[in-house]
Design a protein around this ligand. Sequence first.
Ligand code: DQA
Length: 143
Amino acid sequence: KRVLILNGPNLNLLGTREKSIYGGDTLADIEALCRETCEKLGMACDFRQSNHEGELVDWIQSARKTADAIVINPAAYSHTSVAIHDALRTLDQPILEVHLSNIHQREPFRHHSYVSAVAKGVICGLGPRGYTLALEAVAEILN
Ligand code: DQA
């Protein structure tokens, strides 16, 4: 089984920016954690990050044929992107939404995510562990 793990804007800066909110792990650290977890679960891992909404939409569209599940941290686009919502809702595959921080504890503009309505489940506030929990859930759902 193949999992596409998508990361939205500014997540390339993890480990250097707003460490008190997002922790000290870099995106490379999270990628390594995801690869290790996928290997353990017997799944192939395609891990990507983009700062561009359209690129994320393109990747989601191509996932229709190339992925069995999607784990996505849409970052700021969670709160703004009808385009990502629409792209995701065309998929039949399970979608798991992850946020490192607890978005409900933060500014009101982060409390709503356009992705949650099309996600099978949402994990937030558990840091990088959210990604591994999402991957474990994916493995269980696909089996
Ligand atoms: C985030 C939360 C978003 O509100 C924010 O814009 C991010 C990261 C998280 O992982 O906690 O960039 O998705």
